[in-house]
Structure formats: structure tokens, C-alpha cells
Design a protein around this ligand. Sequence first.
Ligand code: ADP
Ligand code: MG
Length: 244
Amino acid sequence: MAEPLVVLSGVNKHFGDLHVLRDINLSVDPGEVVIVIGPSGSGKSTMCRTINRLETYESGSITIDGKPLPQEGKELAQLRADVGMVFQSFNLFAHKTILDNVTLGPIKVRQKAKAAAEKEAMALLERVGVAHQAQKYPAQLSGGQQQRVAIARSLAMEPKVMLFDEPTSALDPEMINEVLDVMIGLAKDGMTMIVVTHEMGFARKAANRVVFMADGQIVEQATPEEFFTNAQSNRAKDFLAKIL
Ligand code: ADP
Ligand code: MG
């Protein structure tokens, strides 16, 4: 058996008095696609941000590919490259072209030569269907196109795992599928993914496992098939009744 790629063991975090992550245990294998769902405020974003070290935590441990999360410096930059993250808001650099958005990280953090970085960036932009927009600026693209650029930008760092935090929830409905299709392609290609989303069609198509969170805890986990037809906890049943 391959070692798990991402392991959270007994992770706890507070925001002041709020116990936002409670003894989180989660292990994600290479190539696995894990969907995280749960009510607003249950700690899904905080968990993702903790895995990427955008948030600290107080107890427990997190390892990526067997290594503990670094605290600072060069190792932290390396971690951020290894753990790609795509947010609800696209977070592209507004004053840089699409191509420059994608090449910046590989040149700065991975020390790639510019020509090689641009060649790879164009291949990635092709893969997400926006290669023809390479010389434009983010504001000239639709939300769906910008989010696909954000995915290409993360992929350019050759991450070991990709985190997606509600990547389609800021998009107009007609743009949701073009982003989900890119993610389904990534999943098929074997990318390890942790995806916070309420897109159940995507979960059924792409997920190996659904993790249901409520009040800072992982309440249950199951295959999508099991979870959507036979959720065990009342919290999950209530949640599903509201969204399905
Ligand atoms: P979810 O993504 O599941 O909606 P979050 O992880 O964003 O949940 O938030 C979990 C809880 O932590 C919420 O009650 C939220 O208000 C709180 N919270 C999130 N970020 C902060 C912060 N930076 N400071 C204080 N409280 C926060
Ligand atoms: Mg959130």
C-alpha cells in the first residue's frame, strides 16, 4: 500500500472561544478524491487553510507526503507549491497577464527558466481551455475562465495535492460545469484532491469518498453512493434534506 499523502491526526483549532476544528482525523491516499461537505460555519474552509498552513493549529499533527508541515521560510514556500489551493474567489493577479499569472510561481519558487515555464503554462492553459486568452488580463475573462486559469496556475507548481474550497460557488450557473469538467479531468488523471463543494453531481462522478463535517467535527465519511442514499447521522440527514 502507498503511504497516505495527507494525514491530519487529532487536529484542534480555536478562534478565540470558538473551537473550530475538533479532533480532526483525516487521511487521504495518493490519487484519492475526497469531497468535504457540511453546513456553513462547520470548519471546512478552516480545515483546508490549515492543511496549506494559511492557518495555524494548536494540537495534533498534519503531514504532507510523510513530512510535518513547515512553520516558515523556504520550506513553507515549498509546501504551498506542493499543496495547490483554489478558492471561491479566483485571486488572480489583476495587473498581470493570464500567462504571467501562470508562470510567476514556477519562475520564482520552482526556479524554472522563463521559456520553459511559458511553454508549460501554455500547455496547461490549453488543458483548461483558455490558451487563446493567454495575453489578456484577468478582468477581460469571465468568472469561469478566471477560475480555470487559477486551476492552471496551481497545476503549474506541480502540486502533490490540490485543495479546492467551493471553487464554483461564486460563478454564474452556466459557468459551473466548465470548471467542474476541468476538475473531473484532473481527478481522472489521478490528481489527489480535497474538494469542498455542494455540487452533488460532481461528487457522484468524481469522488472516492465524502467527508461530512458539522460543528468542527468530521461526523461521518462514506463513498458518495453510501452517503447520498444512506447517511447515518441525523446531522447529515438534515443537511442532505436541505440541499438535495
Ligand atoms: P465553513 O467553510 O464550513 O463555512 P469556516 O471554516 O469558514 O466554515 O468557519 C468555521 C467557523 O470559524 C465559523 O464560525 C466562522 O465564523 C469562524 N471563523 C472562520 N475564520 C475566522 C477568523 N479568521 N476569525 C474568527 N473566526 C473565524
Ligand atoms: Mg467555507
